[in-house]
Design a protein around this ligand. Sequence first.
Ligand code: 5GP
Ligand code: ZN
Length: 112
Amino acid sequence: MTSLASCIFCKIVKGEIPSMKLLETDTIFAFMDIGPIARGHCLVIPKYHAAKLNDLPDDQTKDIIPALKKLAIASGAENYNILQNNGRPAHQVVDHVHFHVIPKYAERGDDE
Ligand code: 5GP
Ligand code: ZN
């Protein structure tokens, strides 16, 4: 399990690793994914370090859904996936809770 001190997403929140920031509140941070699987693929993370969603206190969740909605709308895509992986068998690579916003541009192809 990645500790807070070595967590790349905690470092992004603190500005120790650069990112393309999109949104920030007192509890969340949103930025572009470094390896997008579609144009506009971005991530929403709580600032609180929790590896899995079940580790995240409820009082750290208030801004997550509003941020996901804002970013989905801002992508301009009519269709999109919200993806949140927990654990290696579920394809989680970064052990800090994150929600993927993956736009689907059906009219131009999924990856455009
Ligand atoms: P997971 O598979 O854990 O759900 O997804 C982790 C995501 O984090 C991947 O889509 C990956 O491209 C992204 N990612 C990993 N390291 C960095 C980084 O240093 N900066 C940014 N912006 N995204 C990252
Ligand atoms: Zn972290």
